[in-house]
Design a protein around this ligand. Structure first.
Ligand SMILES: NC(=O)c1ccc[n+]([C@@H]2O[C@H](COP(=O)([O-])OP(=O)(O)OC[C@H]3O[C@@H](n4cnc5c(N)ncnc54)[C@H](O)[C@@H]3O)[C@@H](O)[C@H]2O)c1
Length: 333
């Protein structure tokens, strides 16, 4: 297989690329290494991939149709696509809305147009998000629930990606699957997300902002479970022999609705340091709870998350100490 992974220098893209290289696939990575969060972390992930045989890389903006076409011409033979490049983060969409429309909406259309021109395309899997469920009160969130009331621009662009994908699957019979990820954490994670933000502040003795006065619940999903789900999905393109558009949607979550305060407790235990809590009101664009119904993902993809937070948090903390400890001593990973 020759698999294009967009967002390869990102958290999930890095781990997915490694898993594919481990099973002997050829991986072509796209990423623009933008400065939304610390670029050295993206570069360190990319350096790890560049050392591996079978990996090639193009630094480009996925919303640049000419650059995407040229890269695919120079690195031909792609037969599968995992599209993860996006502008993530709910809170940042209040500050820089155009980054979301450019990367998530325009970038997605550019990728779908590129897919349409790949003569050997078997399947394109793309990242959606639990944010499409907005503030739905019915838990767990099922792929059959309504998703037309997002509460953030980020969620709205992810919903836009899903409906645009459906149109492409219908019109061009492109085999497409959208995966709605639920709060992914683990080694090499994102510095803008709670596990990393909290860890940094707890170790520095600074207060951590706990929104909605601590009354938050999240379905925290360990990165290895997400990777297993993405790879299983890649191997199962949707059939179009029944006349319907070959487009499917699945939730990838841990199927546990954890109290945020319990997650913080796990972090404190793994770090051996008590957190200083600063309770704050709910943030605009945030939702009080997420919880994935994974019945369809388990049935169709064999998705079975294995890592609960009491196992995943210590693994994340061990990586954090190792990575940032080495950085402070000036050593390379
Ligand atoms: N991590 C989570 O909890 C989570 C939850 C739901 C959905 N998702 C989705 O999963 C995907 C991967 O997320 P992640 O956590 O790995 O984020 P990430 O920010 O670590 O990775 C995304 C990568 O895409 C790159 N990128 C962004 N815009 C680009 C553009 N226009 N052109 C080229 N490259 C670009 C970034 O440089 C980054 O390396 C995203 O689509 C995100 O919306 C993630």
């Amino acid at each position: 297989m020759s698999i294009l992974v967009t967002g390869a220098a990102g958290f999930i893209g890095y781990h997915v690329s490694l898993a594919l290289l481990d099973r002997g696939e050829r991986v072509i990575g796209f990423d623009d290494l933008n400065a939304y969060y610390e670029v050295p972390l993206k570069e360190a992930r990319l350096a790890g991939l560049m050392r591996r045989p079978g990996f090639s890389f193009h630094r480009l903006d996925i919303a640049d149709a000419g650059a995407v076409a040229a890269a695919l011409d120079s690195d031909p033979g792609v037969d599968r696509v995992i599209h993860l490049a996006a502008q993530p983060g709910v809170r940042h969409s209040l500050i820089n809305p155009y980054a979301y429309t450019r990367s998530n909406v325009e970038g997605h259309v550019v990728l779908l147009e590129a897919c349409r021109r790949l003569p050997r395309l078997v399947h394109c899997v793309y990242a959606s998000s639990s944010s499409v469920y907005g503030a739905n009160a019915k838990l767990p969130f099922s792929v059959n629930d309504r998703t037309d009331h997002p509460v953030s621009l980020y969620g709205a662009t992810k919903k836009a990606m899903e409906v645009i994908s459906h149109a492409y699957a219908e019109t061009w019979k492109l085999p497409l699957t959208g995966l709605r990820f639920f709060t992914v954490y683990g080694p090499w994670g994102r510095p803008d997300m709670a596990p990393m933000l909290f860890t940094r502040k707890i170790l520095a003795g600074e207060p951590i902002a706990v929104f909605n006065h601590g009354r938050m619940r999240r379905d925290f999903t360990y990165i290895d479970d997400i990777v297993a789900g993405v790879v299983a999905c890649l191997d199962r393109p949707p059939a179009s022999d029944d006349g319907t558009a070959p487009h499917r949607l699945y939730n990838l979550g841990n199927h546990r609705c954890e109290e945020l305060m319990d997650f913080i407790g796990q972090l404190e235990a793994a770090l051996g340091v008590a957190a200083v809590l600063e309770f704050q009101p709910m943030q605009p664009g945030d939702v009080p709870a997420t919880y994935a119904d994974i019945e369809a993902s388990t049935r169709d993809l064999g998705f079975r998350p294995r890592v609960a937070i009491d196992a995943g948090v210590p693994r994340f903390v061990a990586w954090y100490r190792d990575y940032y400890g080495e950085r402070r001593c000036g050593r390379q990973p």
